[in-house]
Design a protein around this ligand. Structure first.
Ligand code: FE
Length: 168
């Protein structure tokens, strides 16, 4: 059985890869967004995500380990689904849903990592992980708000063809 420290480092390598995958995917999400607010939101989160990568490198360093990536299949799957929605031209509501699935996945990973850092008595590491965790939660809330305002927009806009998105 792995020690908690080993489990922590394994999971860290997984989320490090996940964040790097997201750095590549977010510009595509931004490009596909119809509404300016949503596009700007994705662009803002891209900057944060780059910061998350850097923060994870700091965590590796504090743990006395080299930064290591392990292919994160969970994030890969979530991003693939997001790309499918883009290809299908499914619209902003579908993009928001894909993005929220990503945020929830990250919140789960950072929540565990933060708890483990505390158990391992790595307070500096716990603080770094918490900063990212809070940013992921904020992003999730912004996406919830975007989803709700979008539904209102669609309802008032699409009176002729309910449920059908209009071309840009
Ligand atoms: Fe992140």
């Amino acid at each position: 059985m792995n020690s908690l420290r080993e489990t922590f480092l394994e999971e860290l390598a997984d989320v490090y890869d996940a964040e790097k995958q997201l750095v590549k995917a977010l510009p595509k999400m931004a490009k596909a967004a119809e509404h300016d607010d949503l596009r700007e939101g994705f662009e803002e989160h891209l900057e944060q995500t780059e910061e998350h990568v850097t923060r994870l490198e700091q965590v590796f360093e504090k743990m006395g380990s080299k930064a290591k990536s392990k292919r994160c299949k969970g994030m890969q799957g979530l991003i693939e689904e997001g790309q499918e929605r883009i290809k299908e031209d499914a619209g902003d509501a579908a993009l928001i849903c894909a993005a929220q699935k990503v945020e929830h996945y990250e919140i789960a990973a950072y929540g565990s990592l933060k708890s483990w850092a505390t158990l391992l008595e790595e307070q500096d590491v716990a603080v770094l992980l918490d900063e990212t965790l809070e940013e992921e939660k904020e992003t999730d809330e912004k996406l919830t708000n975007a989803a709700e305002s979008m539904i209102n927009v669609e309802e008032s806009k699409d009176e002729d063809e309910p449920g059908k998105r209009k071309a840009a």
